[in-house]
Design a protein around this ligand. Structure first.
Ligand code: AMP
Length: 302
């Protein structure tokens, strides 16, 4: 199938225009949806990227190249795209050294080595001399070699966790997030090789015009991520209860206190961490706050 085949960077080289920023994102797979959502939340309007290889962003000088997740690092390394959004582990796998412009906090996983439950290995060192099945051959070889562990790599493209049962390998190296796939396949982790999350990488050398476009986009994406980490909290209170309420509210900045028409009453507004909101609400209520509202924050630029 042609859509499955890695597209050569030169096939895209003609597509961009000078003065427009080119950003490569996955056209399928687990990172695609959260990346598309992030771009849309930042205000970019563009057509369905899972259907087209190339999308123009409306009202912004930005073009989106929608390619295989595995190819993104090379597209940026080759200068076909200015920015790329992909898993940090795939930079290691592609053996490219590109600056990370922004870490996105999703797509978190670990590259781990695991053995069948009955295997005697308990650490990465115990894998020395064994056959390791993996779909991340370059990362596995390099990260194990860095720890002084020499292995025979058996490259597989999927269903890595069944390789020991099939007698293809003694152990595996695979990406893990919860670890439940390992457990389901009777495997036990023996060591972590890498931690990964989705990242934005950038080209090494920029012309000033494109760099300014990239900085603007990165600032908006950063503002969306920062906004997701907080909530806007609003409540009413009597001025006498303000000291107790202010003592409960965390944060670097003091809350906004706005007088209300009713004498002695104020509205208190504060930005608080998303994770803290649930525990703050009953305490604020107990301190005299009423009419508490929790509102999502679309973007936050500190
Ligand atoms: P894809 O193969 O296109 O679905 O994307 C796989 C990428 O998603 C990996 O290279 C990782 O960067 C990331 N990822 C996050 N969690 C996991 C996981 N549990 N298993 C595999 N890949 C993961």
């Amino acid at each position: 199938m042609t859509t499955e085949r890695a597209l050569s960077p030169s096939a895209f080289a003609e597509l961009g225009e000078p003065g427009r920023l080119r950003i490569a994102i996955p056209n399928k797979g687990r990172l695609m949806d959260p990346i598309v959502l992030l771009l849309r939340d930042a205000g970019l309007v563009f057509a369905d990227t899972s259907r087209a290889l190339f999308a123009r962003v409306e009202d912004h000088p930005i073009d989106i190249l929608s390619v295989r997740t595995d190819d993104i690092a090379e597209f940026v390394a080759d200068g076909v795209a200015d920015l790329g959004i992909t898993g940090a582990n795939l930079l290691v796998e592609a053996e490219v050294d590109l600056p990370i412009e922004l870490s996105l906090g999703f797509g978190r996983c670990r590259l781990e080595a695991a053995v069948p439950l009955a295997h005697p290995a308990t650490s990465l060192a115990d894998l020395d001399g064994l056959r390791i099945a993996t779909s991340h051959p370059a990362s596995a070889r390099r990260l194990l070699a860095e720890r002084g562990v020499q292995v025979e790599i058996v490259g597989v493209s999927g269903a890595v966790e069944v390789a020991p049962r099939l007698g293809l390998a003694d152990a595996i190296v695979d990406l893990v997030s919860s670890g439940s796939t390992l457990v389901m396949n009777g495997l036990r982790p023996v060591g972590e090789l890498l931690r990964s999350e989705a990242v934005i990488v950038g080209r090494k050398e920029w012309d000033p015009e494109r760099r300014a476009l990239a900085d603007e986009l990165l600032m908006m994406l950063g503002a969306v991520l920062a906004g997701r980490r907080v909530k806007y909290l609003m409540m009413n209170a009597h001025v006498d209860d303000l000291p107790a309420i202010e003592a409960i509210l965390p944060g670097l900045e003091s809350p906004s206190v706005i007088p209300l028409a009713q004498t002695g009453m104020v509205a208190v507004h504060a930005v608080v961490g998303s994770a803290e909101v649930s525990s703050l609400l009953p305490r604020l209520k107990g301190a005299g706050a009423s009419g508490l509202l929790v509102v999502p924050v679309e973007k936050l630029l500190p």
